[in-house]
Design a protein around this ligand. Structure first.
Ligand code: DP6
Length: 323
């Protein structure tokens, strides 16, 4: 190829309401449990793929910094799945419009945006389902970021599917950021450790499908109270499986528990707000848009909460057009 080809795509982060934790197949990266998430408008990754026949190897820039090692290897693995062996190498640059240093999920939106951009740059002709499956191979939660609104990734499934448009059940997700440094143990390593050492892991895998079904039913019924109860139990059951690992995997900090306490107090005084936590100390709180300003203030006033991000449901991952 003589002329360089440049494509940009964007995708949004998602937060799981029914958690994925554990793999049925680590090579294919198939989840052991079904999950369901909300894609977030306010957390967006933009990824640009530039094909350049003069490059000897792929290059990666993350938030403006040249990056090598494991992040680059994961990018190359995805590119290798969509291109011919003799295709030109790529210069990939990716940036987030939200603070990644805090360890907020950036791999989901990052791999979803990369799947869309790489598919277009190399002319692979993949549709949405195949792109979701491609993103899942890199990071299972990325399969869900291909779609906007409420999105399910069934267990053992290759790709995610939309369950409901965000506009059909308007909710606000508030993210109480409780630390500015990166997380210490990433999800992939954490899952592996839980599976290998936690006696509670089989119980988690056995119970997760019924919680997922409850979350799905509550989303389709647009019932925040029912949804919130299942969301909290899914998060706590996932973390319980980590607590029982050896050594224990504890992502919570005092600020995490303080933010959880804030949510419980809000609920006692009649505000519908529900918490969830991932592989990090931050607390994500689901509430109705009308209650969001009060919940946001209460979280911001919680000791140890550094800042609060607010978001409604986000859209599908999409091309931004040839640059
Ligand atoms: C706690 O999708 O990051 O956020 O497939 O190994 O890349 P890999 O894991 P990843 O795990 C996300 C775990 C979670 C829960 C969730 O998003 O469902």
């Amino acid at each position: 190829m003589s002329s360089a080809r440049v494509v940009s795509a964007k995708a949004h982060a998602n937060i799981a309401l029914a958690k994925y934790w554990g793999k049925a197949d680590a090579v294919e990266n198939l989840p052991a449990v079904p999950s369901l998430s909300l894609t977030l408008a306010a957390l967006c990754t933009r990824t640009r793929v530039e094909l350049d026949a003069s490059l000897a190897a792929d290059e990666l820039e993350l938030d403006g910094a040249k990056t090598v090692g494991r992040p680059l290897e994961r990018i190359v693995a995805l590119l290798d799945r969509v291109r011919a062996a003799d295709a030109p190498r790529a210069r990939v640059s990716s940036s987030n419009d939200f603070p990644t240093a805090a360890g907020l999920a950036s791999s989901a939106s990052g791999f979803a945006a990369l799947a869309v951009a790489a598919n277009a740059a190399y002319g692979a002709g993949l549709g949405a389902a195949a792109l979701s499956s491609l993103a899942r191979r890199s990071s299972a939660s990325a399969a869900r970021s291909l779609f906007g609104g409420f999105v399910a990734l069934p267990a053992d499934a290759s790709e995610a599917e939309r369950v409901l448009d965000g506009a059909d059940f308007p909710l606000t997700m508030l993210i109480a950021v409780t630390r500015s440094g990166p997380k210490e143990i990433d999800s992939t390593a954490g899952m592996k450790h839980t599976l290998a050492t936690s006696p509670y892991y089989p119980a988690w895998v056995a119970h997760a499908p019924s919680l997922y079904a409850e979350v799905r039913r509550a989303v389709l019924a647009r019932d925040l109270e029912l949804l919130g109860a299942a969301v909290e139990q899914s998060a706590l059951m996932m973390h319980a499986s980590m607590f029982a690992a050896r050594p224990a995997l504890v992502y919570f900090t005092p600020a995490t528990l303080a933010a959880v306490e804030t949510v419980r107090a809000l609920r006692k005084s009649g505000t519908l707000a529900f918490y969830t936590m991932d592989a990090g100390p931050h607390v994500k709180v689901l509430t109705a848009p009308g209650d969001a300003p009060a919940v946001e203030r209460a979280l911001a006033d919680t000791p140890g909460v550094l800042r609060v991000l607010a978001s409604g449901a986000g859209p599908d991952a999409a091309l931004e057009g040839a640059a």
